[in-house]
Write a protein that binds this ligand. Structure first.
Ligand SMILES: [Zn+2]
Length: 445
């Protein structure tokens, strides 16, 4: 991609210095005032793009957004000037990732090998690369929804990013996630073996409350619960999902988490597990493959967030004549219509992909590919962008801090060549990434 990037007044040394600073450890944002001049600004909140604006940045915060014409009167020495064909936006927010997964190719042993054979340090090293991939693709914040057997590793990665040791997005982490006995891999081994699990398993409201306390006590930002586990197609061709926690169990989790001022993300496909998730007061539904009209009405009433993660269900399907293949196709058949109904009904939808369930490095599946799916199922490009900016900022209790280009927000800003309101796929090629006031990537030259 050929981009035009011009620096007015400011020489290349400034950019090199900023980039070098982003690499030094630990780094603090420069306490200086500079500006980005944007021909087109999608600020994350407004219905329409803004034109000819200047974003004044002071340290790691946005100080002001002014008319570009007024820049001259501000006596700002350093101004980064983007061409009119470039769109400037807030750093994006990914609401469903797994930095500790790497697609887990079945040919290489799949999910089980990941837990059974790789030392934790190896998995942590790979997670640092996943975190970097998010930032490279313009996602300056991510809610990472469980470590899949890597324990509290996400807290270490989150804190290492915050302290400036490694590059990565602002992470909101859930640590181990929760499910019931028989409700998560590793599975299928000799029952005599006491093997580790990819989530923390508990049974009964007391155990679930204790597990929630453990995770929050150890630094979890959110709690993640698997409300359904296996899924299959029944004799009538309908998708069925195994429910996990009882209503009493999920209520114990939600009550405990809310007492700490924290929220609960619930993986739920459909059926009994979905109803328990909603009756139990889960704050977000993850995947939500088959939402009934009653589910949707309840989500609207309760203000439940919906993170559909469309990408992985289209990414790969088992051969059509196998039970798994039939299940995979049944998932796809109900998912899009559920998304459309939820959108029409006004459910609050946030952008998330389940990245890690597919490879972070797959050139055919960049994170932003999800945008086109969301638009295909009825969102306007602006709605899809807001689902990855100002909407999840509210969900994460960070409204006005992230997901918006506005005074007082963190200086998390990206730029892309082209107009994402015309073609959301341009978001697959984010050329400029500023996080916390520091330039991480600049390919818009
Ligand atoms: Zn997931």
């Amino acid at each position: 991609m050929r981009n035009r990037w011009r620096v007015v007044v400011l020489g290349p040394c400034f950019l090199i210095a900023m980039f070098a600073q982003a690499q030094s450890n630990p780094a603090k944002p420069a306490d200086e005032v500079w500006a980005i001049r944007a021909g087109t600004l999608v600020d994350g909140r407004s219905d329409q793009p803004l034109h000819d604006k200047a974003i004044i940045i002071h340290g790691n915060r946005i100080e002001a957004v002014i008319d570009a014409d007024a820049l001259a009167s501000r006596n700002i020495a350093r101004v980064v000037n983007f061409a009119a064909s470039v769109t400037v936006m807030p750093g994006m927010i990914e609401s469903h990732t797994h930095i500790f997964l790497q697609g887990e190719d079945p040919a290489k042993g799949g999910y089980d090998v990941n837990i059974l054979k790789y030392p934790l340090a190896y998995r942590a090293a790979r997670a640092t690369v996943s975190a970097r991939r998010l930032l490279e693709q313009g996602f300056t914040t991510a809610r990472d929804v469980e470590t899949e057997g890597a324990g509290y590793g996400d807290i270490g990665i989150r804190d290492a990013i915050n302290d400036g040791w490694i590059p990565g997005p602002r992470l909101f982490v859930v640590t181990k996630a929760l499910s019931t006995t028989g409700g998560y891999p590793l599975e299928g081994f000799a029952p005599e073996l006491d093997l580790p699990k990819g989530a923390q398993l508990a049974d009964g409201p007391v155990e679930f409350r204790k597990a929630t306390r453990e995770q929050l006590g150890n630094g979890a930002d959110w709690i993640k619960v698997y409300m359904t586990h296996r899924s299959w197609v029944d004799r009538d061709g309908h998708l069925q999902s195994q429910p996990t926690l009882t209503l009493d169990e999920i209520k114990a989790v939600v009550d405990e988490a809310h007492g700490w001022g924290k929220k609960v993300a619930c993986h739920a496909y459909n059926g009994i597990g979905m109803r328990r998730a909603l009756d139990g007061g889960c704050d977000s539904i993850e995947h939500g493959l088959e939402l009934t009209d009653a589910d949707i009405a309840q989500m609207v009433r309760q203000g439940t967030w919906y993170c559909a993660t469309l990408t992985p269900y289209y990414y790969w399907n088992a051969p059509p004549d196998t039970p798994e293949g039939k299940r995979d196709r049944a998932r796809v058949a109900v998912h899009g219509p559920s998304f459309q109904k939820a959108l029409k009904a006004g459910v609050k939808i946030v952008f998330g992909t389940d990245a890690g369930s597919f490879e972070w490095t797959d050139p055919n599946s960049p994170i932003a590919a999800e945008f086109a799916r969301m638009v295909e199922f009825g969102m306007t490009p602006m709605q899809a962008i807001r689902s990855a900016t100002s909407m999840p900022a509210v969900m994460l209790d960070m409204e006005g801090q992230i997901g918006v280009v506005a005074p007082g927000a963190f200086a998390d800003i990206i730029a892309v060549q082209g107009d994402p309101l015309r073609d959301v796929n341009v978001l697959k090629n984010v050329g400029f990434v500023l996080k916390d006031g520091k330039v991480f990537k600049n390919e818009l030259r």
